[in-house]
Design a protein around this ligand. Structure first.
Ligand code: G3P
Ligand code: CA
Length: 236
């Protein structure tokens, strides 16, 4: 079961910053999850379209120029990173889950991936792109059929694994409250991976382990890794 650092090691460091990502890597995360919006054709890493919760800015990201956004404090002196900076940091160290938020992300992402492949030697197998917006995922699928894609859902949906399989997804990304054995078994029978968010407690980790999910998004990669290690030592 993979430990996926949710917005980096966001329980301890400012979420979606290079610091939180570097710390997650040092804590041995198997993967990093980040949230991405497009502003002026640049992909930036932030969870909310509104700036107040995670930065010293105000208003929405779309009201401002990229240069304004880039000089904001995102916590502990960190800046809002660009996706390019994250690709440079993570490349060759673990796999990356980019969650697409907002609008107009597909074209800039395709351009950035082409650049990352040629300039960094970045491989598509290092990447899993997810979104609640499944139309965007279909556009990506059409453009780059080999790209791994994950369909996010925050609710209970009947036959979700079958639906995701029909869309050509690699994985389903589900909220923990809607997880059950039937979904995991059906997804696996269809060849889909199952990733669950957000899993921060020891009893939740044990439950996900018993369900046999492929990975958990956690805000605390170090302690989740420790708890997982302990659970694996004991017979369940
Ligand atoms: O990708 C899993 C999870 O991050 C989706 O929800 O709101 O935390 O981006 P949210
Ligand atoms: Ca996310």
């Amino acid at each position: 079961m993979h430990i996926i650092a949710h917005r980096g090691a966001s329980g301890e460091f400012p979420e979606n910053t290079l610091l939180a990502i570097e710390q997650a890597l040092l804590q041995g995360a198997d993967a990093i999850e980040i949230d991405v919006y497009a502003v002026d054709d640049e992909l930036i890493v932030i969870h909310d379209p509104k700036l107040e919760r995670t930065t010293n800015g105000s208003g929405t990201i779309y009201q401002h120029t990229l240069s304004y956004l880039m000089q904001l404090d995102a916590g502990q002196g960190q800046r809002i990173p660009t996706l390019w900076q994250v690709l440079q940091l993570v490349h060759g160290r673990c796999w990356l889950n980019i969650e697409l938020k907002g609008k107009n992300t597909v074209e800039p992402l395709l351009a950035l991936l082409t650049r990352a492949q040629s300039e960094l030697g970045f491989e598509l197998s290092e990447l899993l792109v997810s979104s609640f917006n499944h139309h965007l995922l279909l556009k990506l699928k059409n453009a780059v059929p080999e790209l791994r894609l994950g369909a996010l859902t925050a609710s209970l949906q009947l036959n979700y694994a079958d639906y995701a399989r029909q869309l050509g997804m690699y994985s389903v990304h589900c909220e923990i409250n809607f997880m059950d054995q039937e979904l995991v078994e059906r997804a696996h029978a269809l060849g889909l991976c199952v990733y669950v968010y957000t899993v921060d407690q020891p009893d939740e980790i044990e439950e996900m382990l018993q369900l046999g999910v492929d990975g958990i998004f956690t805000n605390y990669p170090a302690r989740s890794r420790m708890w997982l290690h302990d659970k694996l030592k004991k017979p369940v």
